[in-house]
Write a protein that binds this ligand. Structure first.
Ligand SMILES: C[S@@+](CC[C@H](N)C(=O)[O-])C[C@H]1O[C@@H](n2cnc3c(N)ncnc32)[C@H](O)[C@@H]1O
Length: 275
């Protein structure tokens, strides 16, 4: 099996839509009444969930006239967030055809299909013309992609002059082993975590001017809040990342949290601006 199909298999997604519908029903909601806030605990598949997306969005200056590309969009929570808060047009692309199907359905449920579309495809071979987008975002995707220089060159190709890219990825910050599984990889064969300097160099080589913001403290605070909530509740919430990550959710999230607490990994935001 190729690297891409291994990765699609890692992310899975069979039965995900039915599980989301069942979770909504537990909350007293349905596909007809589901809101973006209802879905955020399951469709924002990155550390800090919706609040991380909000903070990234504040640095991107997305107007209602913009076209935004969401690279490795998963089931589309970030794409829908940008469209609903700014009125911009969004295209999400993801390697997983299953995720793309779920993304399209959730977007229909929340009445955003006129602004948000999805396509299955690779970030390394974007099926778009040069200069097609004003803004791009990439949340927790780079850890699956070995060639960061090729990735950012491809994103720069489809962005217009003056375009801006917001990356929110997990990077290496210190010595120490990454214990698998983690949410993006069951084993080291499809994990390509790089350090912040490698990101900066790859972004600069693609023509971006770069700024970076360390989000380790934000992640640790998020984990503390989650731990407090877990103590107060009797089990997982009706909608949560366990639906998308699957049976070994606790192990994967626990390994990631331990690596961040131990100073091995940390989430970092990079904002890349094209001249
Ligand atoms: C951890 S999930 C994050 C999803 C989404 N960005 C979010 O934050 O909710 C990583 C996603 O990246 C996608 N992905 C990984 N490598 C990719 C590639 N080369 N091209 C497109 N998508 C990719 C995976 O299929 C998966 O949906």
């Amino acid at each position: 099996m190729g690297q891409d199909s291994d990765l699609v298999e890692h992310y899975g997604g069979a039965g995900l839509l039915a599980a989301i519908e069942a979770g909504l029903s537990e909350l007293g909601r349905s596909p007809q009444t589901a809101t973006l806030e209802d879905l955020a605990p399951v469709d924002e598949f990155h550390i800090g969930g919706r609040s991380a997306t909000v903070e990234l969005s504040q640095q991107l200056g997305v107007s209602s006239q913009a076209r935004l590309l969401d690279i490795g969009c998963g089931i589309g929570g970030t794409s829908r967030f940008f469209a609903s808060t700014t009125g911009c047009e969004v295209m999400g692309i993801d390697l997983s055809p299953t995720y793309v199907d779920v993304a399209r359905t959730l977007t229909g449920w929340t009445g955003l299909s006129h602004l948000v579309g999805f396509e299955a495809g690779s970030a390394l071979e974007l099926p778009f013309e040069d200069d097609s987008f004003d803004r791009a975002v990439q949340l927790h995707v780079g850890m699956n992609i070995a060639d960061k220089a090729a990735l950012f060159a491809e994103i720069a190709r489809v962005l217009r002059p003056g375009g801006r890219l917001g990356v929110y990825d997990v990077v290496r910050q210190g010595e120490g082993e990454i214990v698998f599984p983690v949410p993006w990889a069951s084993d080291p064969s499809h994990s390509f975590v790089a350090d912040g300097e490698e990101y900066r160099l790859a972004l600069e080589a693609a023509g971006f001017e770069v700024s970076a913001r360390d989000r380790r403290r934000f992640a640790l605070e998020f984990y503390e809040t989650q731990a407090r909530r877990a103590v107060e509740s009797s089990g997982p919430p009706p909608l949560g990342l366990h639906l998308i990550i699957g049976g070994d959710t606790r192990l994967k999230l626990g390994n990631l949290r331990a690596a961040i607490t131990g100073g091995v990994l940390a989430p970092v935001e990079f904002i890349g601006s094209l001249p």
